[in-house]
Write a protein that binds this ligand. Sequence first.
Ligand code: AMP
Length: 334
Amino acid sequence: MPKEVKKQIIVTGIRPTGDLHIGNYLGAVKPLLQTIEKYPDAEIYIFVADLHGLTDNEAATVAKFRFEVVKDYLALGLDKYINTGRVHLFIQSQIGELVSYLSLFLSRYTTFNDLMRVPTLKEKLRANQTEGQANALLGYYPILMASDILIHNATIGPIGQDQLPHLEKTREFGAKFNAEFGEVFTLPQAHSVENLRILSLKGVGKMSKSHPEGALFLSDSEKLVKQKVSRAETATEGTISPNLESLLTIAKEFNVNTAEFLTDHMAGKQVAGLFKKELCERLADFVVNFQKKRATIADAEVMKIIIDGGRAARINATKTLDIVKNVMKFNYIK
Ligand code: AMP
């Protein structure tokens, strides 16, 4: 008998933490859209991680942005896939009690010390909080995230290089549970995407919403986009710098011809102005078109999409959680 080919299930989350910038688009949204294209037969669960958002944001802020980010993603091209029936877009808290329930079971399979070794957690503790200040949700993050993924039996985990440590942790939890109770969970694979890192247009570091002067937001006006791009840091003629490289990456993604510019620039010619002018036009067009499309997406439409998505997610998650409770002999007597 031919071996049954397992259907691919992809699960990925979106952070509802504020206005998206071009780094988010190129580093997270575009790779997601490319992944959907790459796996035409896959079932895809995309959730807005509002419960995770509570780690370092006020509940009301998260509640506001969870709808805004859905609109952003739809306007950036996710809308095209919603009616295919294989892409389920929902808010994490719509199945909150199911993922938190599973996360509680999974908590048995890690120690405090193991959690402290998760690199993203260590980074956050180093960057802005001490262990005495950080709330416990920060430590719990990898467990909740593992539940988000395992509850849907994902074959492919979250998209984005920065998520790899979490995916490893997810596999670890799943494997430990399986070793005790049998093959309950699928252990998800990573889906490698190009690791684009867009730098701030000003100074050092990644483009990020915490440094708005160096970030190109999708909500910026056409005028502001042009202003920010024309003031972006490049490099002295004949030299290259990380800022210029990052600008070139953006340019390539927006089909600006960079080869000629680079040859002339390295030959010492003053061509940055011309290059930036073309980049300004492309980016301004992109942002204007995005905003126009976004304005046509009605709240009621967003609501319908997430209600449908949440329903599909609930059916799938309930099945897994029932199996988990059964194998653990933790079900109520019926
Ligand atoms: P954040 O809201 O900052 O957590 O970003 C959400 C996702 O967007 C991240 O997981 C990255 O995949 C992507 N991202 C954010 N900033 C950048 C950047 N400067 N360059 C490339 N990708 C980024």
